[in-house]
Ligand binder design. Sequence first.
Ligand code: FES
Ligand SMILES: [Fe+2]
Length: 451
Amino acid sequence: MNDASGAPRPRSLKQPYGQYYRRRTPAPDRTLAEAGPGTAGGEYLRRFWQPIALSAELKDLPVKVTAMGEEVVLFRDRSGRVGCLEPHCSHRGTSLEFGAIEERGLRCCYHGWLFDVDGTVLETPNDPASTLKDRICHGAYPVHEEKGLVFVYMGPPDAKPEFPTYDVAADPAQDLVPYAITTPCNWIQVFENIMDPVHGVFLHTRIAGAQFSESFGDLPLLEFRESDLGMYYITPRRVGDKVWVRMNDVVMPNILRAGFVWEDGYREKHFTRGSLLRWCVPIDDESCLAIGWRLFNPETDPTGKGDKRAVGKESVDFIGQTGERPYAERQRIPGDYDAQVSQRPIAIHALEHLQGSDKGIAMMRRLIREGQEAVVAGREPKAVRGSVGRIISTYCTDTVVRVPKRDGVDDEQTLWRIGHGVADIVTDPANGQGVARHARVVARVKALAEE
Ligand code: FES
Ligand SMILES: [Fe+2]
């Protein structure tokens, strides 16, 4: 028996040696996965500032970049301004990646048209008497540079948000090092990994030895919650006489905040802000850029396991984030990159079997879908698009407090008392913003641990 596509139809999912009947591969959910111009996903992502390159890449030559299925040419002119232009020259289409950078703007190599960073045509020296330059503009997108990352806004000009300021990016206690890693699979696979804490137990600890710390090897208690920004999880664990509560969070549509890579739960910490603030920006539908800031902070990383020198273009200082290691080594000690990329260029959700531990994955996909649908329907998506005069509080923390087991008290109850207590404190808007918020959260977590 064949199904409509001609492939053999499975008789039963329970049939041993039954692959012959299971060889069908349905199409992926393209509506969810696509990000090109005019698609639902593409329009959703285009309502936000997206980082598409490192500032360090903009030197003496233009850089051609593909973002969300669209090619652009980035350049920094000699007066220091950054432009993001449609690659094909408005005169006769030569790519501006071959252009010459000038004091003001970028000059096409073919007949010398000169373009300003906003697309203004400054000169048409091939026909100096022509007034054409006053009547047309070349395609351009607004650019914002922030702490070593080049952000572009590729959405409708009248919907452009203010550039958002996230707490850790404005915190002088955090040292931000920009990095970007090209990953050959759909962006949602890389993004949703952050709401899959159980992979830390297996991929990073039990299957091939502890990649980060042994403490990740115990199945934690687990809860997922929606937030004003997106969503977060709470994973309380017992580590000796300590309770370690890790919260990772997501800022829709495509920002993730990840806790301290090498956390082991041994040392008391009240509100540490993790290792990453990172975007997953589609390059096209089958590849993406994991780009953002690696955060360095002595309270988060008291023994100095991180290494700033290893963080940059196509590189970060922890295992398994690129395809550069030898294949056999990646088979023996696979990392996030191997797990995500091998899910297929675009994972086929119809072939998955989600379980209770995958509630975060399901929630995340629903949030993405709702955001896409809102934008398609002309509504504002549920997300923080800008922040005028305000610092956006994110919720990622590794909190470790000394709360020993108590006789006669179910330890799971204790873990949830601390876990829920930390989450309620960290997400409470009454703590205020920025440095003042940090101090209030620390004081309240200390009080919680002493209850
Ligand atoms: S094609 Fe660019 S100036 Fe002619
Ligand atoms: Fe991971």
